[in-house]
Ligand binder design. Structure first.
Ligand SMILES: Nc1ncnc2c1ncn2[C@@H]1O[C@H](COP(=O)(O)OP(=O)(O)OP(=O)(O)O)[C@@H](O)[C@H]1O
Length: 290
């Protein structure tokens, strides 16, 4: 589906991509990881046809640079930083729907599932939305269409736990017929979403590995924590994960998305001295949890 052949890129004589070779099949979900400046965004920009480069990039045989309109019609993109657009939200969605041969209603429906009601903000300039609202709208634009390729740069970074769970469920609905590339600095953020990990360092691919898929993207875990004593800092953290206090600040209940398990454990590990019990059980996501 996607092929990078000996792709190189220089910015003012500085080598930023160097002989990148990568073949990605339909249905593969790639975590593109690497430290700051490794070349991830540059590789994505080459895939989107935004840069000239050495070597060849093809999406299903088409070259993004030469056939940009056709290729972009098939690629959904969620950028790491929202573009500074002053365009009103309604106009932006109509424009995106027209370019992607989709329909505004479909984009609005995805936004609504993510918890963003677009109706009251149709006339508001995009750059006046909050970070989370912008992210939800950009995800809705990318997913509210029939894209065969989804390219996402840290897509869930600004989402609250509930919206993250819905986002993972939306991705789960697309697994069969979509190729995904998810870029991140942190493997723990994206590893549960993917079946292959590609790591870059100074413009080269230094690791290309398969990942075992033993948990569904849409999985949900019920979590019960018992603390040795109540503590304001952990209460605030658990509150941000939408956990409920079930007993004097020491008994906490909540749900965590399957792909967020590692992230959740990482967060609570900061308070390991306070944890006297932790129980995590997979539950049917369709069941309404208390
Ligand atoms: N437009 C540009 N002009 C000059 N240098 C650039 C440009 N874009 C990127 N670079 C340089 O290319 C290198 C790779 O940058 P890139 O943004 O691809 O890395 P990255 O892996 O996405 O990093 P991050 O995780 O920090 O976003 C960096 O050294 C960066 O300074």
């Amino acid at each position: 589906m996607i092929r990078f052949e000996n792709v190189g890129k220089d910015f003012r004589k500085v080598r930023v991509l160097d002989g990148v070779e990568l073949d990605i099949a339909l249905g593969e979900r790639i975590a593109l990881i690497g430290s700051n400046g490794a070349g991830k965004t540059t590789l994505i920009r080459c895939l989107l046809g935004e840069y000239t480069h050495q070597g060849t990039v093809t999406i299903d045989g088409q070259q993004p640079r030469a056939e940009r309109t056709q290729v972009l019609g098939r690629v959904g993109f969620v950028p790491q930083l929202p573009p500074p657009l002053k365009m009103p939200v309604g106009q932006l969605v109509s424009f995106a729907a027209a370019v992607c041969r989709s329909d505004s209603k479909r984009i609005f429906a995805v936004a609504r599932r993510l918890g963003l009601d677009v109706a009251p903000i149709l006339t508001r300039p995009f750059n006046r939305l909050s970070g989370g609202m912008k992210q939800k709208l950009l995800i809705a634009i990318a997913l509210g269409r029939d894209a065969q390729v989804l390219v996402m740069d840290e897509p869930a970074a600004n989402l609250d736990p509930e919206a993250r769970h819905i986002f993972f469920s939306l991705l789960a609905e697309r697994l069969e017929n979509t190729t995904m590339i998810i870029s991140s600095h942190r493997l723990d953020e994206v590893a549960p979403l993917v079946n292959r990990v590609v790591e870059m360092d100074t413009g080269r691919i230094v690791l290309d590995d398969r990942v075992a898929e033993d948990s569904k993207l849409s999985a949900l875990f019920q979590v019960h924590l018992t603390l040795a004593r109540a503590d304001a800092a952990i209460a605030k953290t658990l509150g941000a994960w939408q956990f409920a206090d079930r007993g004097a600040g020491v008994e906490w209940h909540g749900t965590v998305s399957g792909p967020d398990r590692l992230r959740f454990m990482g967060t609570v590990s900061r308070y390991v001295g306070l944890l006297s019990r932790i129980e995590m059980k997979e539950v049917d996501a369709a069941v309404v949890l208390q």
